[in-house]
Design a binder for this molecule. Structure first.
Ligand code: AR6
Ligand code: MG
Length: 303
């Protein structure tokens, strides 16, 4: 189990840093390479900040999470415009709920809440209701649009189901039950259809998307995992070949594949070159320890 926690966070960071070179590119046959050092972007930075806030507080505490996001922010990492703006408003004293609606009136529906949320699926892997609740809380610090929340819930639940031992085929049919928006229900339904019949890269882009919005990237990443999840580099290679928001789609794909495969099955020549890998692994271990304690309590009280 501990190795799955490590695989999930290392997989996320690998997907992110391997995809970073291809962000904004048109679709193409790109080869992700581990020959040079692998530097991560905002996706991994926010995942680390979220993990560290959870480990310190034992749960998702929005004010503390905002503080970690603000203090841990390196503006060179390629943050979305809305996320930077919201965090800067919060830093200047605007309450979180006001800050999020000042940038996009209905809240951001960028994929920023989904790309960082994997630690929540790890922490509460044994309890779907808790995953949904905590993923929502972890999103709304920056992303309050219902589609962004659905995306974060979908990724966190997928991580949780992998740890529960669900088969890959079971995952989309379960997560669709937790989607509150028709848009995300429709996209997850579409990805199930594509898995059944097999399809080209162009169809994946046309029907699921490769963009920065939640609905254009979360279903795509889940699809990449479900189709190629047994082979980490193949899954990441496919998600990168879609172009567009390649780092974030690969980060989400990588988190799911890593949880599925465990750290030991990730390519060692890539893990070796990953920036901050000790910090990433130590966060996975901290989450594992906390999760074990919560799980013991959960089993004892038969909640
Ligand atoms: N209406 C219209 N456009 C929107 C809306 C909305 N309600 N919400 C978001 N957008 P943002 P993120 C568009 O800025 O989600 C990094 O590269 C808008 O163009 O909240 O954290 C990461 O690696 C907005 O700028 O940031 C990810 O790829 C964009 O969606 C990504 O950015 C992103 O939303 C994460 O971005
Ligand atoms: Mg990024």
């Amino acid at each position: 189990m501990n190795e799955r926690f490590r695989g999930c966070l290392v997989g996320l960071a690998l997907g992110d840093s391997l995809g970073a070179a291809f962000e904004g590119m048109p679709p193409g046959d790109y080869e992700p390479s581990c020959k040079a050092p692998l530097f991560y972007t905002d996706d991994t930075e926010m995942m680390l900040n979220l993990s560290e806030s959870i480990i310190e507080r034992g749960e998702v505490v929005p004010e503390d999470l905002a503080r970690h996001f603000i203090e841990g922010l390196n503006p060179q990492r390629g943050y979305g415009y809305g996320t930077l703006r919201v965090l800067s408003l919060i830093r200047s004293g605007v309450p979180i709920e006001r800050a999020t609606s000042m940038v996009f009136r209905e809240g951001s529906k960028g994929n920023g809440a989904s790309m960082r949320v994997a630690p929540v699926g790890l922490l509460y892997w044994f309890d779907r209701e808790r995953i949904v609740e905590a993923a929502t809380r972890a999103s709304t610090v920056t992303h309050t649009h219902p589609v962004a929340i659905d995306g974060a819930v979908a990724i966190a639940l997928s991580v949780g189901m992998i740890l529960q031992g669900s088969s890959r085929e079971q995952i989309p049919g379960e997560i669709i039950k937790y989607m509150k928006t028709n848009l995300m229900r429709g996209k997850i339904d579409a990805l199930m259809g594509l898995l059944e019949r097999g399809c080209s890269r162009e169809e994946v882009i046309r029907l699921l998307g490769n963009g920065v919005l939640t609905e254009e990237s979360v279903p795509t990443a889940i699809y990449c995992f479900l189709r190629y999840g047994d082979d980490f580099m193949r899954a990441i290679g496919f998600s990168i070949s879609l172009g567009g928001d390649a780092d974030t789609i690969s980060a989400m794909t990588g988190a799911l594949c890593g949880a599925w495969l465990s750290r030991g099955s990730l390519p060692p020549e890539c893990v070796e070159r990953l920036e901050d890998r000790e910090r990433i692994i130590s966060n996975a271990d901290g989450l594992y320890e906390l999760s074990e304690a919560i799980y013991r309590d959960f089993s004892k009280h038969g909640e």
